[in-house]
Every structure is written in structure tokens, then in C-alpha cells.
Design a protein around this ligand. Sequence first.
Ligand code: SAM
Length: 255
Amino acid sequence: MPSWDPAQYAKFGDHRLRPALDLIGRIPDIQARRIVDLGCGPGEITEMLAARWPEAEVVGLDSSPDMLKKARALDGRARYVDGDVAAWSPDPKVDLLFSNACLQWLPDHERLFPRLVEQVTKGGTIAIQMPHNHDQPSHRIISRLSEETPFKALLAGKLRHDPVSSPDSYWRMLKPLVAKIDVWEIDYLQALAGVDAVLNWTMGTALRPVLDALDDTLRPQFVEKYRDDLRSVYPREADGATLFPFRRLFILAER
Ligand SMILES: C[S@@+](CC[C@H](N)C(=O)[O-])C[C@H]1O[C@@H](n2cnc3c(N)ncnc32)[C@H](O)[C@@H]1O
């Protein structure tokens, strides 16, 4: 797992929040007694779940101490616990399993997703959103530079393969396990503000494993090369914004 920097992640908060709101908006008005937000991060979205289901016990689970600290500082209604999604097994089961922008960090979805479904009560709801954009230049440039000297020596074996698959593969995987399922994607055309906006974005997410693995000499060299490539692929518009298309995959199911 990469280290997380809540302040870096909070940049572009509106763009990161929007898919979570889109997902919450699609969840029907269920009677939920127990809700979990897997990979809750800084907790803002967890507190939105707590506000929508005021009677429910709401737990935010995350493995990053920095993110948990931020979430607990909200002084909200949810309870925040340190845990690994891969090992999560609640007793009793939850009525709503929510996870926004987390499960793309975990491998082996063919085993993980059916296991997650089992942690939900019969008739309960599963609501998941994951970025599905690893074929975009923002990510492909990271992969290419990682193969180059001198970075290769420190990055070999450190970068993960993105596990997010096609929408139809999740539909086929989960359909036999649930009563209802809806899978869809949205392409957001994000107009980011500021200088080197795409770099600033990935510094909060996709670039983190690289930043962690490189030393103090190679880290700035990598970032400089990456920044230069990004500038040519994602030029700034006349008004200063940078257009950063971003595809996200959504799964909403009833067990
Ligand atoms: C991109 S952030 C999303 C945070 C929050 N859900 C949101 O939408 O703002 C991903 C979060 O998933 C957490 N995470 C990643 N892998 C995890 C794992 N195996 N177990 C628990 N948390 C994990 C990270 O610590 C991080 O806080």
C-alpha cells in the first residue's frame, strides 16, 4: 500500500466528491441498520452516509493512519476503524457496503468481490465506485518512465498492476450472487484549475507508489520528466484550465 497524504488528496476535492455523490444518489431509500464505508479516507463521504441514514450504525474502515486521523478529526457521527479491506469480515453483516475510490488498490477482484458480497445481509445493498482510467496517458507515462534507467532499478516489482476490469466482467462475476445488479461507467470531463494540474492530481493517488519507492535523488528527476510529458499531453486551455478526462466504473447491487 502506498502512503497517503490527506492534504494532497484533498486538492480537487469537488472532482473527487462528485462520483461519490452520483453513487449515493443512486442508492434507494433502504432501511439500513449497519453501514460500512470501505477505504473511507478522510471521512467526508462517510459522514454523508451517516447523515442520510441517521438511525444506522456507520463505520468507516481504512488502513491509513493519516486518513483515519483526518476522519476522526471531523468529530462526526461515524466510527472510524483501522483495518484491511482484504481481511474485513464483520459480525453481524452490514446492510449497506459502500466503497468509493478504494477497491482499485486491492488485487484479485475475482476473489475479493464475491467475498465482499458475502459480508452483506440478504436484501442488503452494495455500492461501489472505482476509477477505470489506467489506460490513460496520465497512467501510461508513469509505467513507461518506470521502465527507464535510472528509475527502473528502484521501481522494478514495486508498481502494481491495476486490477479494474471491464464493466461486463463485474456484471458476470456478481450476477449469480445477487438479486439485482446495475453496472455503469461515467466519463467525467474534469476541467482542473492551476499549474501542472494533472501532476497535482496523480501526486495524490496514482503517483504515490512511485514517490514512496524512489529515493530523494531520483524522486525529483522522475517528477520533472513526468511533468514535462504531462504538459505536452494535457495542454492548458485558453482560460488556464487543464482538461483531464476521467472514467469511473460504478456497481450497485442488492444481495
Ligand atoms: C483514493 S482514497 C479514497 C478515500 C475515500 N473513499 C474518498 O472517496 O474520498 C483510497 C483510500 O483507500 C484506502 N485503502 C486502500 N487500500 C486499502 C485496504 N486494503 N484496506 C483499507 N483501506 C484501504 C486508503 O488508505 C485511502 O484512504
